[in-house]
Design a protein around this ligand. Sequence first.
Ligand code: FES
Ligand code: FES
Length: 161
Amino acid sequence: MTKVTMTVNGKTVSAEAEGRTLLSAFLREGLGLTGTHVGCDTSQCGACVVHVDGRAVKSCTVFAQDVAGAQVKTIEGMANADGSLGVVQQAFQDHHGLQCGFCTPGMVMSSAALLAENPKPTEHEVRHYLEGNICRCTGYHNIVKAVLAASGQDVSSVAAE
Ligand code: FES
Ligand code: FES
């Protein structure tokens, strides 16, 4: 075991990790940040997406030791300073972009990364960017609406559920 230190949601944190410890496990089991979900552990579902140095990363595909020293952001870091929902989170709530909520942390983190690099994406760009995030409940339309709404765009032309 090695002590691994990184900055998570603005705080410097450390926990023990083996060489094989995935970032997803490090966050959930080492740091108790269980908002990052694990749906497959095989890089398919996207429930585990976090930001590493500003980039969306499937945390089940990365060893914790390999991101030592990095700036990591998880769903726990997406709320506003006063505890209210952040813009993307609020848009998911407003547009019913979730049902069971299992995929939602990854969806929100991927969506936020998209909007950081492309503040006014088209519907097609949203759907393309979220291809790596699987939702078994919503049918995706309301998720796409939420992302477009979070970018300040009209969502009336997005296909209805
Ligand atoms: S748990 Fe990482 S992609 Fe599914
Ligand atoms: S809301 Fe249930 S998996 Fe997406």
